[in-house]
Ligand binder design. Structure first.
Ligand code: MN
Length: 255
C-alpha cells in the first residue's frame, strides 16, 4: 500500500471529506471532476468520508444506468488502495443500500455517527437533521425514511421508478421544491444540542451548501463546526491532517 498522500507543505492527510456532489448524468463535468479527485487525491489516504448527497437522486440499487456503475468502479478502486471509504445517506440518496455499498466498496454509517480520527472523536452527519426550522422538510424526512414507505417504492418496477424520477426532474415546480429542501440552514439551537448531546468539540456536515469553518463556544467549551461545500460550480473537499489541522478547499473544474 502506498503511504498516505502529503500536501504541498508536507503535512500528512488523515482523512478526506466530500458531500453534496449531487452527481447526475446531466452534469458530466462534475462526475469527471469527482473521478479525477478519487484517482489523484483519495487513493492511498487512510480514510474517505462521504456524508450524503453523493447522487442527485437514487431510484434503487438495481438501477442499471451507467453513472452509478461508473462511480462504483471508481470508489472500488479507492477502497482497493487500502482507503477506508464510508458513506452516510443524504436527503437525495437515502435509498442507497447494502448491494450498492458492497459493489462500490464502502460502508454505510448511521446519520449521525461518531468517527474516531487519530483518537479524536468527531460527529459526522449529513446536516439535514440540524434544520429544525423547516418543519415541512422534517415531516417529509420522516416519511421517506419509513421502512414500509421505502419497501413499497422499491417494489415498483425499475422503469416506473426511472420515469418518476425523470418526471420530477422535468417538472419545474417539483424541481424548485426539491431544491428548496437543500437551502435551509442549520438552526443554532440544533447545533448546540448536537454538540452537547454527543460531547464533541468538532462536527462535520454538509447539506446546507454553505461551506465554512465556524468557531463557537457551547457551555464555555470551544467547538468547531465544519460545513462541506457542494459540487455545482466546482468541487469541494475537506482535508483533515494528522496534526489535527484542516483545510476546506475548492476543486476548480478544468476550462
Ligand atoms: Mn442534502
Amino acid at each position: 500500500m502506498e503511504p498516505a498522500r502529503t500536501a504541498a507543505d508536507g503535512r500528512r492527510v488523515r482523512a478526506l471529506f466530500v458531500s453534496d456532489l449531487h452527481l447526475d448524468q446531466v452534469r458530466p463535468q462534475i462526475t469527471e471532476r469527482f473521478l479525477a479527485f478519487l484517482r489523484e487525491e483519495a487513493v492511498g489516504v487512510p480514510a474517505l468520508y462521504i456524508p450524503g448527497d453523493l447522487f442527485e437522486a437514487w431510484i434503487g440499487d438495481d438501477d442499471d444506468a451507467e453513472l452509478p456503475a461508473q462511480v462504483a468502479g471508481a470508489l472500488r478502486a479507492v477502497a482497493d488502495s487500502g482507503t477506508r471509504v464510508a458513506f452516510l445517506r443524504g436527503n437525495r440518496d437515502f435509498l442507497v443500500g447494502q448491494d450498492y455499498a458492497a459493489r462500490a466498496g464502502f460502508s454505510i454509517l448511521p446519520d449521525p455517527c461518531m468517527i474516531a480520527s487519530g483518537g479524536e472523536p468527531i460527529l459526522l452527519l449529513h446536516g439535514d437533521l440540524l434544520c429544525w426550522d423547516d418543519e415541512k422538510y422534517l415531516a417529509v424526512r420522516r416519511q421517506v425514511r419509513d421502512p414500509d414507505w421505502q419497501r413499497a417504492l422499491l417494489a415498483r418496477p425499475l422503469a416506473e421508478r426511472r420515469a418518476f424520477a425523470q418526471a420530477a426532474r422535468q417538472s419545474s415546480a417539483a424541481h424548485q421544491q426539491s431544491m428548496a429542501l437543500d437551502v435551509g440552514d442549520a438552526a443554532p439551537r440544533a447545533v448546540e444540542d448536537f454538540f452537547r448531546r454527543y460531547g464533541v468539540t468538532r462536527m462535520i456536515h454538509g447539506h446546507t451548501h454553505r461551506p465554512a469553518v465556524h468557531e463557537l463556544a457551547v457551555d464555555g467549551v470551544p467547538r468547531q463546526r465544519i460545513v462541506l461545500g457542494d459540487w455545482y460550480e466546482q468541487g469541494s473537499v475537506l482535508r483533515l491532517y494528522e496534526d489535527g489541522g484542516i483545510e476546506l478547499a475548492g476543486l476548480p473544474l478544468p476550462d
